[in-house]
Design a protein around this ligand. Structure first.
Ligand code: AMP
Length: 304
């Protein structure tokens, strides 16, 4: 089934103990789309500037046309630019620069061909803009997922709460979950989030994996134990891409498909960490994804 993502398509500057890149294709929607495209075709809604050239277009378009860029608006000026530096153990990241550029005046517009999308992911942007995407679709989607961050929770809390009333899956990290609810215990925080609208909460916990909380069941997936993490940038967005991509491919949302989606989310997040930027997502083969998913099955299987 069709899958749409709205979010940042950007250039990133990244510094980790393994190296440094000045300017490489990034942005939450880029990671999401590249990860999800291994499962299902993806439609992208975003905005880029004059510096987004045929080279970047070829990276996103290089997945055999599985990433539809009709909804990627080109505007005069520079693309969104973000730079970050990781500490020695990769657990902490300092944001060095955030330049909104053309992103500052972004008003998401869905092309006609996107209006019937069944699975929608509202990437981390201003909550009112996230809601404006939902208002444009013509048919009720099967599932709407949403990501947000401390920046929006602090500055646009009431707008975010309004948008949350219209979505089913909230995909955020543990700090954001605590910040949004004011509750430290994550299972109790999930109950507060259910009162805000979502029926499913997916908590991304970095190297500790991810937890799915549904009214009827809980599911935890570890992070894949990698020997070398080169660059964790975009791991969360790649997780969301694998998660939503798997669900859209299954075409239905039930306990079985949600458990499988969690594993594919973790699989895609782990691949992203192996190389700088989006590189690993562009070279990845389906056979490698399947092999790592099997590895997860072994990693977590036990008998009582
Ligand atoms: P993650 O590592 O999952 O937090 O995602 C990092 C990606 O998010 C980078 O590629 C950035 O370009 C993008 N990003 C960083 N800050 C923002 C922001 N305020 N709004 C939208 N995208 C952002």
């Amino acid at each position: 089934m069709s899958l749409l993502v709205v979010g940042s398509v950007a250039f990133d500057g990244i510094e980790t103990p393994f190296g440094k890149v000045e300017k490489t294709l990034g942005g939450a929607a880029s990671y999401f789309a590249l990860a999800a495209s291994h499962f299902t075709p993806v439609r992208v809604v975003g905005i880029v500037g004059d510096d987004f050239t045929a080279r970047e277009k070829a990276i996103l378009g290089g997945r055999n046309g599985r990433i539809d860029l009709e909804g990627l608006e080109h505007a005069p000026g520079k693309s969104f630019f973000w730079a970050g530096r990781y500490n020695q153990n990769m657990n902490e990241r300092t944001t060095l620069t955030t330049e909104l550029n053309v992103f500052a005046d972004f008003q998401p517009k869905l092309p006609k061909s996107y209006l019937d999308t069944s699975f929608i992911f509202l990437g981390n942007i201003q909550p009112t803009l996230q809601l404006s995407v939902l208002k444009q679709v013509k048919r009720k989607p099967v599932l709407v997922g949403l990501d947000s961050m401390n920046y929006w929770i602090e500055r646009t809390g009431s707008e975010l709460r309004e948008t949350l009333r219209h979505i089913q899956v909230l995909v955020i990290n543990d700090d954001e979950t605590r910040q949004l609810t004011g509750e430290h215990n994550l299972t109790r925080a999930a109950k507060d989030i259910f009162k805000m609208g979502p029926k499913i909460l997916v908590i991304k916990r970095g190297e500790h994996g991810a937890l799915l909380v549904h009214r009827d069941f809980l599911f935890a997936v570890p992070a894949f134990p990698l020997e070398e993490v080169h660059d964790p940038t975009g791991a969360g967005d790649s997780f969301a891409g694998g998660f939503m991509g798997s669900l859209a491919r299954d075409g239905r949302v039930n306990e079985k498909s949600l458990r499988r989606a969690m594993v594919y989310g973790s699989v895609m997040g782990s691949f992203t960490c192996e190389r700088f930027g989006v590189e690993r997502l562009t070279t990845l083969k389906l056979s490698e994804i399947k092999a790592r998913a099997r590895h997860f099955s072994k990693l977590t299987s036990f008998t009582l």
